[in-house]
Design a protein around this ligand. Sequence first.
Ligand code: AMO
Length: 440
Amino acid sequence: MALDELADWRKSHYTKDITQEFIDKEVILGGWVRNFRDLGGLKFINLQDKYGERQITLKKGVVSDEIFDKAKLGYQYCIMVKGKVKRFDKAPGGIEIIPSKLKILNKTPEKLPIDMTGETNSELDLRLNNRALDLRSLRSQAIFEIRAEVLKSIRNFLLERDFTEITTPKIIGSATEGGTELFPIMYFDKEAFLTQSAQLYKEQLSGVYERVFEISPCFRAEKSRTKRHLCEIFTLDLEMAFADMNDVLKILEEMVHNVIKDIRKNKMPALKILKMDNKTIVPEIPLPRYTYDEILDLITKEFKINVEWGEDISTEAYRKLGEEITGYYYITHWPMLIKPFYIQPSKDPKYSESFDLQMGWLELTSGGTRVHNKEKLIEALEEKGLNPISFESHLNAFGFGMPPHAGFGLGIARWITFLCGLDDIRESVMYPRTPDRLTP
Ligand code: AMO
């Protein structure tokens, strides 16, 4: 079968635009065949575009024989339809389109590698292998609609509060988080690295624009094969000058509250597709706050899991913690021993002015008050076994009146995983990168 040309056809609307007000009007829709039924003298096509779907109805005798015979379609064929909008209560949205013309722009193999009708769940790796197709599914569409809403809501929230959106380099000359987990690259004839976080630059820019944020990719060369780790992550990095950890805790919990309110307000259909409409609840703020010591007490005394003071909390302990504390909460004042050089020690220097935002067992964010005194920052680097010379250009910025500042980094994919009720973080990223996955 020869394919049709696009020629001068253009969509008049998206499926979402076609409401009852369009009854008897002519429209041109374009998209993919999500489903079709052939009942002999009657054919139904579910045409799907980026926003949803509409039913195209072809009844022998009502539409021309030419178009009736042409409508031999396969799943995910790319089509355009010109037709009249009619009321039909049994169709989705109470509307059907009676076509006068049909263009078949592209075809698919008879058997698709994954189920696109939503009737069965294909295995995630198979879906990821065929991601451009999989992303058209209603489930994937719902996930990425929610992701878009989260990003929009974060931006609106921060821009309204005097934050400036910054962009910082992703190719760097030395480690930002100090030490391991860097991807080396060749930068002409020199070795360079992909950035692990916007940490150093956002700190420097807090000394310029006072309140800054960036939503950008960072790269973690960890060989962690878990359902919550990626090698290319996307983080919200925020930094505030003339502020300490308490100001950051406040702005972060307000932002979380606001984002979830926006999702509930604007993305209820997507939440329903994901069966998260009753589970995505706006948290009350202020969020509960626990110190590291309090959490350690709970883990060792109540759960009887052995964690030495000064150690990170194990996955097993986090899992148990998530059963006990189900919502969002902060863990503050971590041992300085396990925090990076840029974090400010507390009055008792065993502890630090740092925090994590947790959602049940999952860590979403870490942050804290930073060291802004240049001499102290040099000492802190040395204490962590890092060479201040490698950080020379960063340290320079601290010689020019760096204000006290604090901030956080939030893993967008981890948050989406939770908000959409996903089992595996890879589903929350369009093209995930893990130790085992570099394509598509
Ligand atoms: P951290 O390294 O804790 O802090 O990263 C911040 C947040 O990013 C997410 N995250 C990840 N998500 C998926 N896969 C990974 N491999 C991964 N690693 C981290 C987590 C985490 O909480 N510069 C500091 C932040 C700051 O202090 O401002 C930083 O990068 O959700």
